[in-house]
Design a protein around this ligand. Structure first.
Ligand code: AHR
Length: 497
């Protein structure tokens, strides 16, 4: 049977907007084995002089994260940053309520900054607006960003770091609409607390970029109302509002799951609509933009019970090929909304719902490692509006969607194209047309695919699902043609005229 056909049409002048490099952010939380036993493991023979696992650092570098969120997550709402600075022997060991674990505080602000430096990304800190105070957030900002000469900046210098770290991005709490959150409160209370915190922080560092907590999910009963109330009160003291989403295949229906990034499209467009409404009501010139600071597939390992152990194995999701294709679909959505989504953080980076899973002397790159790597390597440029013409299907939960889901970024003399074939049985011939310029040749091309949507990588078989070079890309009259097998992701960079 001849392959079905889809045409992807682009034009270099039909743009969405520049792709912010911070769309390719990560997230590390004091949760399970993300920090301890993942990134930081000083006793491990594989660790470097900083106590960082060298193999983990090497794998993280391949993902080219641009920004890293820390220290939570739910953990942030009970975290008092001063517990994690100063001589390590003097730091308290505490019971940690968010994940019912033991926190030794051996890794804290200065270790995190070193970690960011080593992997080459910028830090993004979540202030504690649950059990913490606005004053505490300001003091942490002083510790990180002010030159020596005042109490907390001097503490930083005493702890070995003379120069300020210059942390630009700060989240004002985490998921404060969630009843599971320490210090959970109604929107109006949160808005006042966030407002006070923003004022205190801007007072000492006017240039910081602040992220208000939006609804923690599109399934929350207060979804959008919460965002509206917070934005009304906070009065443009913030630059971004946060969004979180974890997609799932609880219904065990592959094609429906592959359509689920539609949820991300809707969430972005709905929260943006609220931002624009408040902007219009206030007749303001400033537009609050979106920070999607937690996203991934997550539904199998959900227990929060760390049984009061240090670094318990929690949320160690094993990812499949279909999960990887959904991760690609989410990245497509971010790129298509690059005008409004400026920051996004894959949750999380190591062991906890993560692309990298460690054993004592081994690591495995999970299936979701590859889509992130394929996109992050081709992130620079301007997002173009993709027009898809081709067969579609009716997904039970998300309506009619095209089999091919795509996004594109126009770089300097180059075009990056990303496409997912959601068809579980049929190959799709994809024609790529850049209307006003000819595609000359492919500079590089990768493909991720497999026969089994449930295929996984393991310590024993680490390469079952991995990206490989896509060999066959044909060119005719400035257009490109390639075949996409069932359940596949391609990422191609073309040289353009
Ligand atoms: O990423 C895991 C958890 O999911 C985070 O701690 C929390 O913010 C979210 O509910």
């Amino acid at each position: 049977m001849a392959a079905q056909k889809t045409r992807l049409t682009l034009h270099s002048q039909y743009t969405v907007g520049p792709v912010d490099k911070r769309l390719f952010g990560g997230f590390v939380e004091h949760l399970g084995r993300c920090i301890y036993g993942g990134i930081y493991d000083p006793q491990n023979p594989l660790s470097d002089k900083n106590g960082f696992r060298s193999d983990v650092i090497a794998a993280l570098k391949e993902l080219c994260f641009t920004v890293m969120r820390y220290p939570g997550g739910n953990f942030a709402s009970g975290y008092h940053w001063q517990d994690g600075v100063g001589p390590q022997n003097d730091r308290p060991t505490l019971s940690e309520p968010a994940w019912q674990s033991i926190e030794t505080n051996q890794f804290g602000t200065d270790e995190f900054m070193r970690f960011c430096d080593v992997i080459g990304c910028s830090p993004m800190l979540t202030a504690n607006l649950g059990t913490g105070t606005p004053q505490e957030a300001r003091q942490w900002l002083e510790y990180c960003n002010r030159p020596a000469g005042t109490l907390y900046a001097d503490k930083r210098a005493l702890n070995g770091r003379q120069d300020p770290y210059g942390v630009t991005l700060w989240c004002l709490g985490n998921e404060m609409d969630g009843q599971w959150q320490m210090g959970h409160m109604p929107a109006e209370h949160y808005a006042i607390k966030a407002h006070q915190t923003a004022k205190l922080m801007r007072d000492i560092c006017p240039d910081v970029e602040l992220v208000a907590c939006g609804s923690s999910a599109d399934i929350m009963p207060t979804y959008l109302d919460w965002d509206y109330s917070v934005l009304k009160e906070i009065d443009f003291l913030v630059d971004y509002i946060s969004l979180h989403c974890y997609l799932d295949n609880r219904g065990d229906n592959t094609v429906d799951f592959l359509a689920s990034p539609r949820r991300i499209d809707r969430q972005i467009e709905s929260v943006d609509a609220v931002c624009r409404m408040v902007q219009a009501q206030k007749k303001a010139s400033k537009r609050v933009l979106l920070c999607f600071d937690e996203w991934n597939v997550w539904y199998r390992q959900t227990s929060k019970a760390g049984e009061w152990r240090a670094a318990p194995a929690l949320l160690e999701e094993i990812y499949t090929l279909e999960d990887a294709l959904v991760v690609a679909g989410i990245l497509n959505s971010f790129i298509r909304h690059a005008d409004v989504v400026k920051i996004a953080n894959l949750a999380q980076a190591v062991n906890v719902i993560a692309p990298i899973l460690t054993g004592p002397d081994i690591l495995v790159k999970q299936t979701i490692f590859y889509p992130f790597q394929m996109y992050a390597a081709r992130r620079q440029g301007i997002s173009l509006i993709p027009r898809i013409e081709g067969p579609d299907y009716k997904s039970p939960s998300y309506g009619t969607v095209a089999y091919i889901d795509a996004s594109a970024i126009l770089g300097d003399s180059s075009l990056h194209v990303f496409a997912v074939n959601r068809n579980p049985t049929d190959t799709m011939e994809l024609e790529i047309v850049l209307c006003d310029k000819a595609l000359k040749q492919r500079l590089n091309a990768d493909i991720l695919t497999g026969n089994d949507p449930k295929a996984v990588n393991s310590f024993e078989q680490p390469d079952t699902v991995k990206a490989v070079m896509l060999e066959d890309v044909d060119f005719k009259e400035g257009k490109a043609r390639l075949n996409m097998p069932p359940l596949s992701l391609i990422a191609v960079t073309f040289e353009i005229e």
